[in-house]
Design a protein around this ligand. Sequence first.
Ligand code: GLU
Length: 478
Amino acid sequence: MKRVRFAPSPTGYLHLGNARTALFNYLFAKHEGSTFILRIEDTDLERSKKEYEEMLIEDLKWLGIEWDEGPDRGGKYGPYRQSERLDIYHKYVDKLLKSGDAYYCYCTEEELEKEREKAIAEGRPYRYSGKCRNLTEEERSEYEAKGIKPVIRFKVPEKTVVFEDVIRGVVEIDTKEFGDFVIVRADGMPVYNFVVVIDDALMEITHVIRGEDHLSNTPKQIVIYEALGFNIPTFAHLPIILGEDRTKLSKRHGAVSVRALKDEGYLSEAVFNALSLLGWHPKDEKEILPKEEIFKQFRLEDVNKSPAIFDRNKLRWMNGVYIREILPLEEVTKRAVEFFEGFGYKADFEYYKKVMEAVRDSIETMLDIKERAKVFFVDEIIFSEDVVKEVRSDEKFYKVVEAFYQKIKDKGGISKEDFKTITKEIQQELGVKGKGLFHPLRIALTGESSGVGLDILVEVIGIERVKFRLKRFLEYFG
Ligand code: GLU
């Protein structure tokens, strides 16, 4: 049985890079029918926060990513939070100390700094010298007596680590490139490169799928697997994500967290779809892909190693397609409610639904509702200076609006069809048509020169609002 995991550190919002990692693990699990685990990597106690863990879980769920085992769901490989696994880690640290694969190191910051400066002066990259590798019992006791708190380092064997990355092919790294690294800090906390191995091994992870930024950690982890006699999983390092300007995706590129995209009115389905294309694409190059299709087609082997570009305009476009064509009206409206309310557009669900039907073709994100749907909610239409000038310069404006008003003022309702009939009558009676007919009505009803179909508008806002707006126009310009 294949097992994969997403292992975020709860130190902030779920950003797009991590969301893509989570997603690709999920897609792999869906495609392969394997188990997906959520593990919270919170050994950095200062930066990790419970609130962030909760937000991560919320954001993953919002995106539509589901896991089989995790801190919120349990599972037989738990606990799934590293802070609850410290005893386990220490057991393995002891094992490495006993086997001689790890050792206490008492070098102080100053000493290490000196080593580092010397290396720089000699023009070679800095590696820990291994000075504490072979301390005698007496030497250790002396340091202990001085009250120096040691770190624990892994005794890295001299070798070339070779592994086959599913995405990048064969990777070779000489261990000289990193030297003996710390696995337990002086405060007793084990570090990422060590605990991740223990967790992945004990949780029987078969495929480690993570960002390319971890590539340099992998050989360090492999030598630990080897020292402990664990099975080494298959690795797949996902390509880095860049902004459109080809620099690493960051805040400079606008919203880069899942939460921010949600707040900016993107649909989770569109974000899911767009993220799935960051480094992968289906055989036929289609871009709008329902989830099921992605699950069916996704293969880790097809992920590119070249950087993926996050194109915000494409996401916007895609979101528009999901709003217009993919989600049913009822569902799109449900997602829009919080936005309508946020803009102060008060109404019941049925009304929102009608408005959504009228504007969904012209919006790309839910934030666009603010402008596009305004005419369905405001009471008083504001006439700009230009509009006032325009109306006053042509008496037809007033005449058309007045004619329309006379025809509806005693009515108890108005439908799209009524609107068409009435405008046809006015066309004949006043001899105006096209823009000459509809533009004045649009100005009177909306204050704007373009927007949704007027027949739809009048039907949705209803006869009373229509009367009110026209009457106001007539009073204003009368
Ligand atoms: N906590 C690490 C991160 O968030 C996990 C890396 C890994 O998947 O091994 O980058």
